[in-house]
Design a protein around this ligand. Structure first.
Ligand SMILES: Cc1cc2nc3c(=O)[nH]c(=O)nc-3n(C[C@H](O)[C@H](O)[C@H](O)COP(=O)(O)O)c2cc1C
Ligand code: SF4
Ligand code: SF4
Length: 323
């Protein structure tokens, strides 16, 4: 692992505004969205609530007058909504959104696509309005040529780790700077224009996304051994590539950390149940690094600065309190 330190240069805890109540609902697999949610909560004096703690409700009513949704952007590269399944479900269940100030933060690794535009449409259909859609890249993926070499020639994935750390540090610092400005605007309930791509980019993307979607579909069909063309259904089953190495100690952390309760312990070993969000939490946070799986082959073993396994386990604490 290659940890980086975050340099928080803006005033934290700028104080709870007595005229504003704010709930920040988050979903996170590897910790970056939790980091963004926590930073923003700290700035606004808001409460962070895991989306998974309310996902069993049939309708979700948020009491605060300001609502924030924080999540990782998934599969935007393949022309999907960009929302993880759990986030999509959460949004669909929201009620009584009229008059609320709603903003969203999507963390990504370089291609957020049309996620905020689609989310704005979805909230509009539910009677709400997305006043700010912030997209932030905190993560640095392997470079495309590196991924191509791996995909076509099976070369091991690698990168210059010093360069990688520097780039992540720069991204983190830039997030902290821009976040202070966003927080000031949010406190005033200002609308921040959504960063939609222009018409030329859209035309170019149309072809690019169609190509990517074909590639991704073929990849997930290969992973699952299925010939289904339902991409999202295939992603739920892609956990069939997971297995454990001899390093597995049977500690059960993967079971506890999985936000979709997709892992059961059978004979002291994890068994995946095919309703997988592909969030990488089990893989990433296993204390023994004992999980392998083709689905995770492009995941970099890096940490979101300041986020611990204990922080991640808080996301699923509501499941355990009901057991
Ligand atoms: C299944 C999956 C799909 C992803 N798809 C995209 C994508 O389409 N575009 C992108 O920029 N990043 C994509 N990413 C990267 C994540 O959005 C990024 O790493 C995010 O910060 C992870 O947030 P988390 O640490 O809170 O889980 C994807 C990651 C995963 C695990
Ligand atoms: S977290 Fe890792 S070591 Fe613990 S049971 Fe799961 S796979 Fe095994
Ligand atoms: S099984 Fe692992 S990758 Fe799948 S949803 Fe659970 S924690 Fe995420």
């Amino acid at each position: 692992l290659n940890p980086i330190k975050s340099k928080r240069k803006y005033p934290y805890n700028s104080g709870k505004d007595k005229h504003m109540s704010c709930e920040i609902y988050y979903f996170s697999g590897t910790g970056h969205s939790l980091l963004a949610a926590r930073d923003m909560a700290d700035c606004l004096g808001a409460t962070c609530i895991p989306m998974v703690s309310r996902i069993q409700e049939t309708k979700i009513q948020c009491d605060a007058d300001t609502i924030c949704l924080v999540f990782p952007i998934y599969h935007a590269t393949f022309g999907a909504s960009g929302l993880p399944v759990i986030v999509s479900d959460f949004v669909n269940k929201l009620i009584n959104l009229q008059g609320k100030y709603i903003f969203a933060i999507g963390t990504h690794s370089g291609f957020p696509g049309l996620t905020m535009e689609k989310l704005a449409q979805r909230l509009g259909n539910l009677g709400g309005k997305l006043s700010a859609g912030i997209m932030v890249q905190l993560n640095v993926p392997y470079k495309t040529p590196e991924k191509m070499r791996h995909a076509f020639f099976k070369k091991p994935l690698d990168c210059d780790w010093d360069e990688d750390r520097k780039e992540r540090e720069t991204r983190m610092n830039s997030w902290h700077k821009s976040m202070a400005n966003y927080a000031a605007a949010i406190k005033e309930r200002e609308s921040i224009p959504l960063d939609f791509p222009g018409p030329v980019k859209r035309i170019w993307w149309k072809g690019y996304l169609a190509f990517q979607k074909k590639m991704a579909l073929a990849h997930y069909q290969e992973l699952t051994g299925s010939d289904s063309v339902d991409f999202m259904a295939l992603t739920l089953q892609a956990d069939c590539t997971f297995s454990t190495t001899e390093a597995c100690k049977g500690c059960g952390t993967c079971v506890k950390i999985c936000p979709t309760q997709n892992i059961s312990m059978i004979d002291g070993k994890p068994v995946w149940q095919h309703r997988c969000e592909n969030c990488a939490a089990c893989y990433h946070w296993c204390p023994s690094h004992a999980i392998e799986g083709d689905m995770m082959e492009y995941e970099k073993p890096v940490e979101a600065p300041g986020i611990t396994i204990k922080d991640m386990l808080a996301q699923t604490a509501s499941f355990r309190s009901k057991q």
